[in-house]
Write a protein that binds this ligand. Structure first.
Ligand SMILES: [Zn+2]
Length: 154
């Protein structure tokens, strides 16, 4: 799919484009990671476990099929860093990577920490209602941030 098929870049109808333009708040605790193609911060509080991370592309593209080689290299580099930081910082059994882009056709991928609730894992776990407080998000974000490699090492 081409950029044109995804609609115009920086559309005001898109939450992530509005966020890039300063029309939506940054994640609670701020962005933990930024490069020229992606930003990563805590997920929206009404959709997150404490420590859920949201990877956002700067460009209004639907999915990796629309990304440039440079964007794909950045994405490929940052995802394992967050897996490691979340496992170490949050002490979770699994980290789930989910990119549905169902409400905004702008690439964003969730990294959900999972410690099974009542034995529920996988899709059953993801289908639960997730939320956390601002304090929980800040505390979990700080623990993930402590485990991320220094920016200079990227
Ligand atoms: Zn967008």
């Amino acid at each position: 799919m081409t950029q044109e098929q995804n609609g115009p870049a920086n559309t005001p109808d898109c939450f992530f484009c509005r966020r890039r333009a300063g029309g939506e708040e940054d994640p609670v605790g701020g962005y933990l990671y930024e490069d020229e193609h992606f930003l990563v911060g805590h997920g929206l509080l009404d959709m997150s476990e404490p420590g859920s991370m949201l990877v956002e592309s700067r460009r209004h593209v639907l999915d990796p099929g629309d990304m440039t080689e440079d964007e794909l290299r950045s994405l490929n580099a940052l995802i394992p860093r967050f897996y490691r930081a979340m496992h170490d910082g949050l002490d979770v059994e699994r980290v789930y990577l989910v990119a549905a882009t169902s409400s905004n056709p702008h690439f964003h991928a969730w990294l959900h920490p999972c410690n099974p609730v009542e034995g529920e894992r996988g899709v059953t776990f993801l289908a639960r209602d997730h939320s956390c407080t601002e304090a929980e998000a800040r505390e979990a974000s700080a623990r993930v941030a402590e485990r991320l490699p220094a920016r200079a090492a990227t």
